[in-house]
Design a protein around this ligand. Structure first.
Ligand code: SF4
Length: 285
C-alpha cells in the first residue's frame, strides 16, 4: 500500500504498530480465504481445531464444557448438519461447502465486527455457492457485522453487496452503490466488466481487450489507458493526450459515485465503449 488511509473503528491502520495489528487481526477483523483448505488444518478434527480457536478467543485453558458449547453454537450458526459426527471428522471427510462453513465458523469465534471473505465461493459449484452466499448474507444481518467481499464475479457482488469498489492495477477505478455503478458505469473498466458479464450470461465470451499489467509494472498516467476503448474514441484512434500524462487520476465525485475516469461525463453522453474494441496497439484480443 503506497498511500491513503484505513480507518477501522476509529483506529488508523496504515502504519500502525504490530501490536495494534495483532489486537485487531483475527479478533475484530476476521478472514475467510478463497480455498477452505487454506483455512483449516487437514490433520485435526473439526472439533479439535474449533475448540482451540474458541479457547484462544477466550484466553481460556480449562473450561472444556463451555468451549464445546460455543463450538456447537458456531456450527449451528453456519448451519452444519449432524454436528456431533462432524465434530469428529477431518476436513477431507467433508464436502467443499461443508469445509467452507467450518472455516466461516472458525472466523466467527471471536465475534468480529468485520469479516473479509476473499472469493469464498470460487471453488464451489453453483448450487453450493448460492447457499454459502445466503449464509454470509444472513450472518451479516444476524450478527450485525460488516462483510467485505473480494470477488471477480459481478453476479456475486449483486447478490450480496450494497457498495462496490472496482480496482484495476492496484488503483480504485470507480466506487459507490453497487446497483448504480453496475447499471450506469462511469468508468470504461467497470463498463467492460459489466459487458463481459452480460456476454457470459448469454453464453458468449468477450473479454476486455489486452491484458492486465504485471504487479508493479503499472502503465504510466491512467493505468487503464492501454486497454481503454473510450480514450481511443476520444483521440480519433490514438489514446487521448490527457489519458497519457501525469499520474493515475484520483477518484472524484461524479453522479453519486467516485470515478477515476477523466472523461466520465462522456460515458453518459456517448455510452460505454464496446467490449472487444481495438486496443491502443491496434490488436484485438
Ligand atoms: S482517463 Fe482516459 S484512459 Fe483512463 S479510463 Fe478514462 S478515458 Fe480511459
Amino acid at each position: 500500500m503506497t498511500g491513503g488511509s484505513i480507518l477501522f473503528e476509529g483506529t488508523e491502520l496504515v502504519g500502525a504498530p504490530d501490536a495494534v495489528w495483532r489486537s485487531i487481526r483475527g479478533h475484530r477483523i476476521a478472514y475467510v480465504p478463497q480455498s477452505s483448505l487454506a483455512g483449516i488444518n487437514p490433520v485435526l478434527t473439526v472439533g479439535t481445531q474449533l475448540m482451540a480457536l474458541v479457547r484462544a478467543a477466550r484466553s481460556d485453558t480449562g473450561a472444556d464444557v463451555s468451549a464445546r458449547a460455543r463450538v456447537r453454537e458456531l456450527l449451528e450458526l453456519v448451519e452444519i448438519p449432524r454436528i456431533d459426527s462432524v465434530m469428529h471428522e477431518r476436513p477431507h471427510q467433508l464436502s467443499g461447502g461443508m469445509r467452507q462453513r467450518v472455516v466461516i465458523a472458525g472466523a466467527l469465534a471471536r465475534s468480529p465486527s468485520l469479516l473479509i471473505a476473499d472469493e469464498p465461493t470460487t471453488a464451489l459449484d453453483v448450487r453450493v455457492q448460492a447457499r454459502i452466499l445466503d449464509l454470509l448474507r444472513r450472518l451479516r444481518e444476524q450478527l450485525g457485522m460488516s462483510l467485505l467481499l473480494v470477488s471477480h464475479d459481478l453476479a456475486v457482488v449483486e447478490e450480496v453487496c450494497d457498495s462496490i469498489v472496482v480496482l484495476y492495477a492496484g488503483a480504485v477505478m470507480e466506487s459507490g452503490p453497487q446497483a448504480l455503478v453496475r447499471e450506469q458505469s462511469r468508468h470504461p473498466y467497470t463498463a467492460g466488466l459489466v459487458a463481459a458479464a452480460h456476454m457470459e450470461l448469454a453464453g458468449g465470451y468477450e473479454p476486455i481487450p489486452g491484458e492486465a499489467p504485471s504487479v508493479g509494472a503499472w502503465p504510466s498516467a491512467c493505468r487503464f489507458h492501454p486497454r481503454c476503448g473510450l480514450t481511443l474514441r476520444l483521440g480519433d484512434g490514438a489514446p487521448h493526450d490527457r489519458c497519457c500524462e501525469g499520474a493515475q487520476p484520483q477518484p472524484f465525485e461524479h453522479e453519486g459515485r467516485l470515478t477515476a475516469c477523466l472523461f466520465a461525463s462522456s460515458m453518459a453522453t456517448e455510452g460505454a465503449p464496446t467490449v472487444g474494441a481495438q486496443t491502443a496497439t491496434g490488436e484485438s484480443t
